[in-house]
Design a protein around this ligand. Structure first.
Ligand SMILES: Nc1ncnc2c1ncn2[C@@H]1O[C@H](COP(=O)(O)OP(=O)(O)O)[C@@H](O)[C@H]1O
Ligand SMILES: [Mg+2]
Length: 238
């Protein structure tokens, strides 16, 4: 359902955001994308929704060749791939309900159906009691839930979550992970970018590890192997 083949992305500045990245993600998988800041996690997400184009390589999402996708088909791709951005991108002058229903409005869904879908998503993410509040009245974990709800409201096949626990305390982070696992169990494919090693270590999910734009590990988390890798990379020059 997702396939990157020998993908490289060189930015105008000459920086390689990604070099020769190859991996596939099957329908229904939950994958952690890990690596330090600057290793290329967000760039992979941007490539998957055609926000940027690769310098080399091919990208397949569902049956679309993302690189060759005609401009008018980009909205179709983005309906199928929901994204929770690192900076959430919520509208602070709109209520929680309005934020979540915005993608439905843009997609031209009729009002009754939009209301039904928004209520359903609000209860799925546990925000019904906050539906008429504004973002400024919510906690960090609740805002993360709003962003997740907005990314899910068009029922995408794939959810990309960019460091959704980045600014949260451990207990709240676990609640977000629980929510994402539940969403995955209902069938949505999930790729979650994170550098929270505690979370990755305690779940036996597939981990794709990036270092300086390259995939350095891809597989189920195995305690001591990852530790060895850490020891090795400690000795590498920056
Ligand atoms: N628009 C851009 N212009 C120039 N360099 C970029 C741009 N976006 C990302 N990069 C560079 O690409 C590399 C990977 O960035 P990014 O994908 O944001 O990493 P991560 O999300 O893992 O922190 C970094 O070196 C970053 O500075
Ligand atoms: Mg990032």
């Amino acid at each position: 359902m997702i396939r990157l083949d020998k993908v490289s992305k060189k930015f105008g500045t000459g920086v390689f955001g990604l070099s020769d990245v190859t991996f596939s993600v099957d329908k229904g998988e939950f994958v952690f994308l890990v690596g330090p800041t600057g290793s290329g996690k967000t760039t992979i997400f941007k490539l998957l929704i055609r926000e940027v184009l690769p310098t080399e390589g091919s990208i397949i999402v569902n049956d679309w060749d993302v690189v060759k996708l005609p401009k008018h088909k980009i909205p179709h791709l983005r309906k199928k791939v929901g994204v929770v951005f690192q900076d959430l991108k919520l509208l602070f002058d709109r209520t929680i309900t309005e934020n979540i229903s915005l993608p439905l409005e843009v997609a031209g869904i009729n009002q009754a159906e939009a209301r039904r879908k928004t209520e359903e998503i609000l209860s799925q993410v546990g925000l019904i009691s906050h539906k008429d509040k504004f973002p400024i009245q919510l906690s960090g974990g609740e805002l993360q839930r709003v962003a997740i709800a907005r990314a899910l409201v068009l029922s995408p096949d794939i959810l990309l979550a960019d460091e959704p626990t980045g600014n949260l305390d451990p207990a709240t982070s676990w609640e977000i992970i629980k929510l994402l696992s539940d969403i995955n169990e209902k069938g949505t494919t999930i790729i979650m970018a994170t550098h929270n090693t505690d979370i990755v270590k305690s779940l036996s999910k597939r981990v794709i590890e990036l270092e300086k734009g390259r995939v350095v590990h891809d597989g189920k988390h195995e305690g001591h192997k990852t530790k060895e890798k850490k020891e090795e990379s400690k000795n590498l020059p920056e």
